[in-house]
Design a binder for this molecule. Structure first.
Ligand SMILES: Nc1ncnc2c1ncn2[C@@H]1O[C@H](COP(=O)(O)OP(=O)(O)OP(=O)(O)O)[C@@H](O)[C@H]1O
Ligand SMILES: [Mg+2]
Length: 146
């Protein structure tokens, strides 16, 4: 387990970038944390690390956004609005979990039955102002100090 304190959006994005650069398949990155904790901003960093220049927007309404990285695809899912597994299937998420690509998942508790691949679990806690705590299971960079 690695723990990070991030004191600005830029620091969050930079950590996401380091994660994105290091990813190999298969991987699902499950992001947990209250609304506005920074899950989507962290995903912006992951996308940069995957070589995606397109702007990352929240998939709150679309459920799934797909981006083409320099070597890996990014599937960015926000499951907040999904009420049950049937809706997840309708949104095409089964294919996504079995396809080759990096999956980043916000509000993913409903979808745990799909996780066969390696999951990196990340909990983001809002410490107030621009400060965030990130607890990461399954990945740490070389500079981690726990
Ligand atoms: N250190 C930080 N890291 C990330 N976001 C930060 C930080 N400091 C402030 N913020 C702000 O917190 C908000 C995070 O929003 P974001 O959409 O990324 O959250 P979210 O967890 O995806 O929310 P939701 O559950 O609604 O999808 C933004 O307004 C951002 O500017
Ligand atoms: Mg979000």
């Amino acid at each position: 387990m690695a723990k990070y304190i991030l004191n600005s959006v830029e620091e969050t994005i930079k950590l996401g970038m380091r994660l994105g650069e290091s990813l190999t398949l298969p991987v699902i990155i499950k992001l947990d944390g209250e609304m506005g904790s920074g899950k989507t901003h962290f995903t912006k960093g992951i996308a940069l690390g995957l070589g995606i220049s397109e702007e990352i927007t929240s998939p709150t309404f679309s459920i799934l956004n797909i981006y083409e990285g320099s070597s890996l695809k990014l599937f960015h899912i926000d499951a907040y609005r999904l009420k049950n597994i049937e809706e997840a299937l309708d949104a095409g998420l089964e294919e996504v979990f079995s396809e080759g690509g990096v999956v980043v998942l916000e509000w993913g508790d409903l979808l745990t039955s799909f996780f066969e691949n390696k999951v990196i679990n990340i909990q983001i806690n809002d410490l107030g102002d621009n400060n965030r705590e990130m607890i990461i299971e399954g990945w740490n960079d070389d500079n981690t100090r726990d």
